[in-house]
Each structure stands twice: as structure tokens, then as C-alpha cells.
Design a binder for this molecule. Structure first.
Ligand code: GAR
Length: 198
């Protein structure tokens, strides 16, 4: 079976990354994770990926003079590995229009809100403070505006009366871990079938 070569970019604990790696262990899953790249040397997710035998790389953005130099190296690594899709999974760097355009339609992200609501940070707190009764997460394509690209898939949960940002984020994470592998499958399947029709 032809599989789409995928890279996962992380900055932290890597739970979404792990959900993708586990889904990709299935023979029938249309994507294979070739590499996990972290911009933070101490990201907990790195160890989780290594435990599953996945290649990991650290690309410390602080070691670069500029965002463009960091992104040029990142781009070169991805191109050398013949990566076809990139999943940002808790990757807390805003990518420049240059990078986003180069990977247009190939760059996914998960965001902990029902976009277009609550772009940016502190989404759980903002949902509670607004008196929302429903919260959720979105897997979307990245475009050059923050958290504004086309949504691929969303999952919803109820906000409970005694929810805090912490409890809400914990309950939402369960849904995120379902959402990302499903969304990646949708995009990878589409990519495979578009190649078949060329
Ligand atoms: C996830 O909740 C993800 O939705 C969020 O960071 C967390 C990463 O956790 N992403 C953003 O806020 C992006 N703006 P993880 O590293 O355990 O997957």
C-alpha cells in the first residue's frame, strides 16, 4: 500500500503526536510518520517517539539568528526526507508566509477551539468566560493568517458548570487524540486518490 510520507512537528508533551504515531502503525493507515521534529530540545514528546522507533530531530529555533534561517533548514530537512504532509501537533511557533506557501495544502494543525472561535492562546479560559456551553477542537490547514485555514474536522464537548480551564483542556484532549488521526487520514487518502487520477 502506498503511504503518504508525513512529518510531525512538536514543541512539548506530544500527546497528539503519539496518537498519530499509533494510528500510523495500522497497515491500512494511509500515512507513515518518517520523522518527528521538535523546536525544543527538552520536549517530552521526543522520548515518546523514540520509544516507538521513530526518527527524531531537534531544530532549536533559539540557535538561529532569524526565523527565516530556522525555516530554511526545516524546509530542507523535510524536502530531503521527501515529506508530503506536515502535522503541527502542539508546535508553538508561528510559521512565516514563505514557509506556509511552500507547503500550501500540505500543512495541518490542531487547535483547541471550535475555529473560527478563539484563535490564539488560552482557548479554554476564553470559552468558559464567554459562557459557552459547547467547546471543541479543530484540525485545519495552515494558511498565512493565524488559525484561519480551512477546517478539516472538528470535535465537540459540553462545557460543564464546574469546569475550569484545566478540566476542560483535559476532557478536550481526549477528543483531540481522536480528531488528529482521523483528519490526517482524510487528507492522506485525498492525496493518494488525487495522485491516482493524474
Ligand atoms: C494541544 O492541546 C493542542 O491542541 C494545542 O497544544 C496542545 C499540545 O499538546 N495546540 C495549540 O494550542 C496550537 N495553537 P500535545 O503536545 O500533548 O499534543
Amino acid at each position: 500500500m502506498h503511504k503518504i510520507k508525513t512529518a510531525v512537528l512538536i514543541s512539548g508533551r506530544g500527546s497528539n503526536m503519539l496518537a498519530i504515531l499509533k494510528a500510523a502503525q495500522d497497515n491500512e493507515y494511509p500515512a507513515v510518520v518518517e520523522v518527528v521534529i521538535s523546536n525544543r530540545p527538552l520536549a517530552k514528546g521526543l522520548e515518546k517517539a523514540e520509544d516507538l522507533g521513530i526518527k527524531t530531530l531537534i531544530l532549536d529555533h533559539k540557535a538561529y539568528k532569524s526565523k527565516s534561517e530556522f525555516e530554511k533548514d526545516l524546509d530542507e530537512i523535510l524536502k530531503n526526507l521527501r515529506i508530503q504532509l506536515i502535522c503541527c501537533a502542539g508546535f508553538m511557533r508561528i510559521l512565516s508566509p514563505w514557509f506556509v506557501n511552500r507547503w500550501k495544502g500540505k500543512l495541518l494543525n490542531i487547535h483547541p477551539s471550535l475555529l473560527p472561535k478563539y484563535k490564539g492562546l488560552n482557548t479554554h479560559k476564553r470559552a468558559i468566560n464567554s459562557g459557552d456551553i459547547i467547546h471543541g477542537c479543530s484540525v485545519h490547514f495552515i494558511n498565512s493568517e493565524l488559525d484561519s485555514g480551512k477546517v478539516i474536522l472538528q470535535k465537540r464537548i459540553k462545557i460543564l458548570e464546574d469546569d475550569t480551564p484545566q478540566t476542560l483542556s483535559e476532557r478536550l484532549l481526549v477528543k483531540e487524540l481522536e480528531a488528529y488521526p482521523q483528519a490526517l487520514k482524510i487528507v492522506a487518502d485525498e492525496l493518494i486518490s488525487s495522485k491516482k487520477t493524474i
